[in-house]
Each structure stands twice: as structure tokens, then as C-alpha cells.
Design a protein around this ligand. Structure first.
Ligand SMILES: Nc1ncnc2c1ncn2[C@@H]1O[C@H](COP(=O)(O)OP(=O)(O)O)[C@@H](O)[C@H]1O
Ligand SMILES: [Mg+2]
Length: 370
């Protein structure tokens, strides 16, 4: 069995590093503080949250993991939260939550449940009422068991798609949960997370301690990949260094490259540069549709900035902008939008690609291997 997983969040035992982040997040939760974890997609947020959940449970908290990925309405948010309590909790904690949910659902109107079709406005009011009650579940769990709940919201920025003022509604409830709950907000869009928590007009302004997910260190990544090769009777050989160079600490891309390299290494054999080159080709082919979809969504100015960075120049390189007929102000806006979306990252003043496979795509180099 290939020991490298890259297509879904990994269980705590497969996590490389992240000890510091885990300890910080669990510590904040125990102390009743809220935290926010912001990092681009595929950077290991959900995997880390699983570990945090495990550790928080060991520390005696009830821990509810809420994935907001596809919520589109107020009622959706309430449904997802409700379901999360059922899924995340066990024993007396689950019982307390389920009984509380049933009492909430009895008074609220649910689609298909009561046989009365409410008008738009009334339905929205009813949904908002139910959401408030569902958000107050930690009070009920605490009342019944004396246990603090850690509520983890994953893909938290999606809350705003379900309703523009939902951060206000959320704030109005959780401000009363000082001993009953702690909150952890994770998000994939650094710009939207910034907007939610670092803009003065927003209700959650200053309400959560920011924790960053940096690229993985080469020592940690290298040791993990080498050990897993060894444990399965193979040697990562020359491929290891190439892999670390290309991945640049990107967690999912590193695992993807390791997976394909391992796949091409004979049992008892050693991975070399040729094997790595083939693995890189496969990884690029696999990523191409998603990268193409990203590219297709971008306006001209953002494409120009990406091409410029892919060619190894600063994003606002005067000659590149002139050739592509993009003004400096437009380019600056484009650069900042790409950073906000997590496509580019500002690493100590140097602008870099978040996804190490994207510069190959932008530069047309991904086709060489075909
Ligand atoms: N710390 C880590 N150790 C090992 N693999 C990781 C780590 N972080 C992320 N990954 C890899 O990246 C992939 C995506 O991780 P995930 O937790 O789903 O990211 P996100 O929630 O940020 O999109 C996982 O399948 C896993 O292969
Ligand atoms: Mg995730």
C-alpha cells in the first residue's frame, strides 16, 4: 500500500510536524480564547483540526467539528451545525446535545416538517431563530454535563455566503458563552478571513487570535518521506532532494509527489532523478484541470502578474507590465488580490507561488513531460 496520502485530510498519526500549532490551538481553547487559522487550500488545515479535536478531547473538552464548505443559506448553517453535534460527540455529551436539538427542532419550522408553508420573510425569521438556538447548544451541553465545548468551524469564510450579516448573528450568541464554549475558526481564503476578523466595522473584529500555518520544514518533511520509503522496503534516494526542492514545503504537493515517486519505485529499489521526473510529470498532469480552472477565472492583469512571477521577476516588473499593457496601479491591485486569495504569498517581502505546481503551468513547462 502506498504510504503517502494526498487526496483527503490525514489522520493525526500521519501528520508531519504541526506540534507547535496544535499545542497553541488547544491551549487557547482550554483558556476560553478564540483562535483563527488561516492558510491556503491544501495546506493541512483540516488535518490539523482533526489533531486539535483529538487533543482537546483528551484535555476533557467536548469538541464539535463543523464544516461550512457548502452552506448557501441560514437554514443550511443550522442544519450543518446540528448534524455536527450528532457526528462529533459521544456518550453523555452526545445525549445532552441530541436532547437539546430535539427540543429546538420541535418549536422551529423545518422544511417539510410542519405542513405550513411560510412566506419568505417569516421563513427567514424562523430559520434565524433556529440558528440562534443551535449556536447556543454549548450552553445546553454545559448545563447537562458541566463540560466546555470547543466548536471548530472549518471553511469559516463560507458563512458569509449563507448570509452577509451572519458574523453579527454569531457574535451576538457566542459573546455569552465565556465559560461554556471556545471557538476555532479555520479559513482557506486569507483575504476574507482578514476581512472578517481584522476590519474594524465587522462584528468579529479582534475576536480571535491569529495562528498561521507556514510551509513544512524540509527536515521534517524529508525525514517523514525517507522513513516511509524505508518502512515499505524502498529508498527515497536522489529523488528526496529533488522532491524537497520542488515542493517548497507545500504539504499536499509534497505528499502527492512522494506518492507518485513511491509508486514508480520497485520494491527493494531506490528512487532516482529519472523516477522523480516521471512522478513530477504525473503530478502536473493530475493538477492541470484545477490549475486551468483557476487560470480561466483570472482577469488579464492577474494572469500577467502570475506570468511575471513565474518567470522569476518581481510581480510589478516594469518591462513585463509595459509589454502586457497593464498599468502599475492595476498590477498592484492584481497582486494584492492574488495574495488575498492565497494564490501568491508574501514570504518576508518576497512574492512566491503558494502552489509549487502553478509556476510550471503558467510557464507552459508542464507540457514538456507529455
Ligand atoms: N502536516 C501534514 N503532514 C502530512 N501531510 C499533510 C500535512 N498537512 C497537509 N497534508 C497533506 O495535504 C493534504 C491536504 O490536507 P488538508 O488537511 O485537507 O488541507 P486543507 O484543509 O488546508 O485544504 C492531505 O491529504 C495531506 O496529504
Ligand atoms: Mg480543509
Amino acid at each position: 500500500m502506498n504510504p503517502f496520502v494526498y487526496s483527503h485530510p490525514v489522520p493525526p498519526a500521519d501528520l508531519v510536524d504541526r506540534e507547535e500549532e496544535t499545542a497553541a490551538l488547544v491551549g487557547l481553547a482550554e483558556g476560553g480564547h478564540a483562535a483563527r487559522l488561516s492558510a491556503p487550500r491544501r495546506y493541512g488545515k483540516t488535518s490539523l483540526l482533526r489533531k486539535v479535536k483529538e487533543d482537546a478531547e483528551h484535555a476533557g473538552m467536548a469538541c464539535v467539528y463543523v464544516d461550512l464548505t457548502r452552506v448557501v443559506s441560514l437554514a443550511d448553517v443550522a442544519d450543518v451545525i446540528e448534524e455536527s453535534y450528532r457526528r462529533s460527540l459521544q456518550g453523555p455529551l452526545r445525549r445532552a446535545a441530541v436532547l437539546a436539538i430535539r427540543s429546538v427542532s420541535n418549536v422551529a419550522v423545518r422544511p417539510g416538517g410542519v405542513g405550513v408553508e411560510l412566506s419568505g420573510g417569516a421563513a427567514k425569521d424562523a430559520a434565524a431563530r433556529r440558528l440562534r438556538q443551535v449556536l447556543d447548544l454549548p450552553l445546553r451541553v454545559h448545563g447537562a454535563t458541566g463540560t466546555r465545548t470547543l466548536v471548530i468551524f472549518d471553511e469559516f469564510q463560507e458563512l458569509l455566503r449563507a448570509g452577509e450579516d451572519l458574523d453579527g448573528l454569531l457574535r451576538s450568541r457566542i459573546q455569552h458563552h465565556t465559560t461554556e464554549a471556545s471557538y476555532l475558526y479555520a479559513g482557506s481564503h486569507p483575504g476574507l478571513m482578514q476581512q472578517l476578523f481584522a476590519t474594524e466595522e465587522r462584528p468579529l473584529f479582534g475576536q480571535a487570535r491569529p495562528i498561521a500555518l507556514t510551509p513544512l520544514r524540509d527536515e521534517d518533511l524529508g525525514a517523514f518521506v525517507a522513513e516511509r520509503f524505508e518502512a515499505t522496503g524502498r529508498d527515497a534516494g536522489e529523488a528526496l532532494e529533488r522532491l524537497l526542492d520542488v515542493a517548497g514545503g507545500h504539504p499536499q504537493r509534497a505528499m502527492m509527489l512522494a506518492h507518485h515517486t513511491w509508486e514508480r519505485t520497485e520494491p527493494g529499489g531506490t528512487a532516482d532523478a529519472a523516477i522523480f521526473a516521471a512522478a513530477l510529470g504525473v503530478a502536473q498532469a493530475e493538477a492541470r484541470d484545477a490549475l486551468q480552472a483557476l487560470w480561466d477565472r483570472l482577469p488579464h492583469s492577474e494572469r500577467v502578474v502570475l506570468s511575471t512571477v513565474a518567470a522569476g521577476r518581481p510581480p510589478l516588473n516594469a518591462r513585463a507590465l509595459e509589454l502586457a499593457e497593464v498599468g502599475k496601479t492595476t498590477a498592484r491591485v492584481a497582486r494584492d488580490r492574488l495574495i488575498a486569495a492565497g494564490v501568491l504569498a508574501d514570504r518576508d517581502g518576497a512574492i512566491a507561488f503558494t502552489d509549487p505546481l502553478l509556476p510550471y503551468f503558467v510557464g507552459g513547462l508542464d507540457r514538456v513531460e507529455d
